[in-house]
Design a protein around this ligand. Structure first.
Ligand code: G3P
Length: 218
C-alpha cells in the first residue's frame, strides 16, 4: 500500500519525506487556502521534495478551462498529478489528459458508479472520500470495498483506489484491509500510525534492563 500525505504544509512534507516512507502528496484548494501561500510555488516546492505523484487541483468547472489550467500545472514538474472533480466536465478533461500521458486524480468520488466512470476515463487515481460519507451517516469504507470489487472484475481498469478524507488510524487500517492501493492521510494521522502505548512501555523496560548490563554496542 502506498502512503500519500494530504497537506499543503511544506515543512510537514519535508519532515515526512525524510522518513523515506512517503509515496506522494495530495493537495486541494482548501489545503492551499489554509497554507496562505501561492499555489504554484507550493506545488513546485512539494514536487522537489517528493518523487511520487503530487496532486494539484484545477479550479475551473468546464473542460476547456480545466485543460488550460492543467497545462500550467503540468509545466511545474513531471510528477504533478492533475486533480479534477468527478463531474462530466472533469471526466472529459480526465479522458483528454490521460490520452496525453498525464497522471490524473479524479476527486470528490462518493459512489461506485462514479468510480467506474473515472476508470473508464483513464484516471490514474480515484479518490473516494471516506470521512465525508461517514459524516452523513453512510459507510465510507463500504464504498472502498465496492470499488475494489468492481475494478477487480475488469482487468482493463488500471485506476488506483486512493482512499481520501481519512480521519483516523482505523480508516487507514480498514482501507488496507479493503485493498485500497493508496491512502492519503493527514500528517497527524500518519504520525499516529507508528504509535502504540505498549511499544513505548516495552521500549522503556528493555532500555532500563539494558542499562543494568553495563554494556555498549558500538
Ligand atoms: O483528500 C481529500 C481530503 O483532503 C478531504 O478530507 O477531511 O476535508 O474530508 P476532508
Amino acid at each position: 500500500m502506498k502512503f500519500f500525505v494530504d497537506t499543503a504544509d511544506v515543512a510537514e512534507i519535508r519532515e515526512l519525506a525524510d522518513t523515506g516512507l512517503l509515496d506522494g502528496v495530495t493537495t486541494n484548494p482548501s489545503l492551499i487556502a489554509k497554507s496562505g501561500r501561492d499555489f504554484k510555488e507550493v506545488i513546485a516546492e512539494i514536487c522537489a521534495l517528493v518523487a511520487g505523484p503530487v496532486s494539484a487541483e484545477v479550479a475551473a468547472r468546464d473542460t476547456n478551462g480545466m485543460l488550460a489550467e492543467a497545462a500550467v500545472l503540468r509545466a511545474i514538474a513531471s510528477n504533478v498529478a492533475i486533480k479534477v472533480p468527478l463531474t462530466w466536465d472533469g471526466l472529459k478533461a480526465c479522458r483528454a489528459l490521460s490520452r496525453e500521458g498525464a497522471m490524473v486524480n479524479v476527486t470528490l468520488c462518493f459512489s461506485a458508479n462514479q468510480a467506474l466512470l473515472a476508470a473508464k476515463a483513464g484516471a490514474s487515481f480515484i479518490s473516494p472520500f471516506i470521512g465525508r460519507l461517514d459524516d452523513i451517516g453512510e459507510d465510507g469504507m463500504a464504498l472502498i470495498g465496492d470499488i475494489r470489487t468492481i475494478y477487480d472484475n475488469y482487468g482493463d481498469l488500471k485506476t488506483e483506489i486512493l482512499a481520501a478524507s481519512i480521519r483516523s488510524d482505523d480508516h487507514v487500517r480498514r482501507s488496507a484491509l479493503m485493498g485500497a492501493d493508496v491512502a492519503t492521510v493527514p500528517p497527524g494521522v500518519l504520525r499516529a500510525l507508528a504509535r502504540h502505548p505498549l511499544t513505548d512501555r516495552g521500549l522503556d523496560a528493555f532500555l532500563a534492563d539494558w542499562k543494568k548490563t553495563g554494556q555498549t554496542i558500538t
